[in-house]
Design a protein around this ligand. Structure first.
Ligand code: PXL
Length: 277
């Protein structure tokens, strides 16, 4: 039986505790009114910033799932991928995009492999190399500065001014014909993003007040809200603005002692409601 209703697919890990990846993406995408299929890449006890995390690779299950979906005729109107986990996952997800896509379904990729100048645990240069090829399939990528530097082969620095950001965008733009939403750009006590449009070659900036504290999972919240707002009809710049505003709102209501993630749940329903109407 062919399934023709409009649904999207998100591909990322399930960290069972830690407010990141699927436990962030699913509630957010649902709040934006999107029916969301999931292709989990791995199951972790908690995200990899915890000391004793476990990691169960689901590559074989991903392959089996793809076969079922191909046979049962499932198709997706958009793809949003985040943390994958193993370089073997890239080819599987590329095949999913190739065989399960409705016509002109956008591909939104959050590379999700590093921060603060470093790769997350489990990742190495071979993973980055795989990601470089994989992101060439994207319509839009949402790296932070660390990921952008790794992907573009540009040395990391703790601060990038506007000129340096434009240089980084130019280097990254050589890897594909995608939009780039670069997160974590800072300027004079403010934080925001830069958006590079491949059609014009221009980079536009958006900043808002920088709040205290650095939290885990904010990139996943950003990418999920971006996806929700973009698929609700906003343009990429407006969708990224909504994502930046929601991340700030979630941080502003987060309990001080809650540090391994952000309590995005408190404000999600009210924030997303206008996108349903
Ligand atoms: O938030 C990105 C992320 C997702 N999934 C896992 C992670 C991280 C970041 O460290 O460890 C398992």
């Amino acid at each position: 039986m062919a399934k023709t209703s409009k649904k999207i697919l998100t591909v990322q890990d399930l960290s069972c505790v830690g407010q990141c990846s699927l436990t962030v993406a699913l509630p957010i995408l649902s709040a934006f009114g999107l029916e969301t299929g999931v292709l989990p890449t791995a199951i972790l006890s908690e995200h990899t910033m915890f000391k004793n995390f476990t990691f169960l690779d689901l590559a074989q299950n991903m392959e089996n799932t793809l076969k079922s979906w191909e046979s049962d005729g499932h198709r997706f109107a958009a793809f949003y991928t985040g943390y994958l986990g193993k370089k073997e996952h890239f080819g599987i997800v590329e095949r999913a995009i190739e065989t399960l896509s409705e016509p002109s379904a956008p591909v939104i990729i959050d590379p999700a492999f590093g921060d603060n100048g470093k790769l997350y645990p489990l990742f190495d240069e071979a993973y980055v190399e795989g990601m470089r090829e994989y992101v060439s399939h994207a319509d839009v990528i949402l790296p932070n500065i660390t990921e952008a530097c790794y992907l573009a082969g540009v040395p990391y620095a703790s601060h990038f001014d506007r000129t340096a950001v434009c240089g980084l965008m130019a280097a990254l733009a050589r890897g594909g014909n995608y939009h780039i939403v670069l997160t974590g750009v800072e300027e004079e006590g403010k934080i925001g993003f830069a958006h590079y449009d491949p059609a014009t070659g221009k980079t536009e900036f958006y900043f808002r007040v920088l709040l205290d504290g650095r939290f885990h999972g904010t990139g996943d919240i950003f990418a999920s809200v971006f996806t929700g707002a973009y698929l609700a009809g906003k343009d990429m710049f407006e969708a990224a603005k909504a994502a930046a505003e929601f991340v700030a709102l979630a941080i502003s209501v987060n309990d001080k002692e809650h540090t391994y993630g952000v309590q995005f749940e408190k404000e999600l329903a009210a924030f997303a409601l206008p996108y349903l109407q």
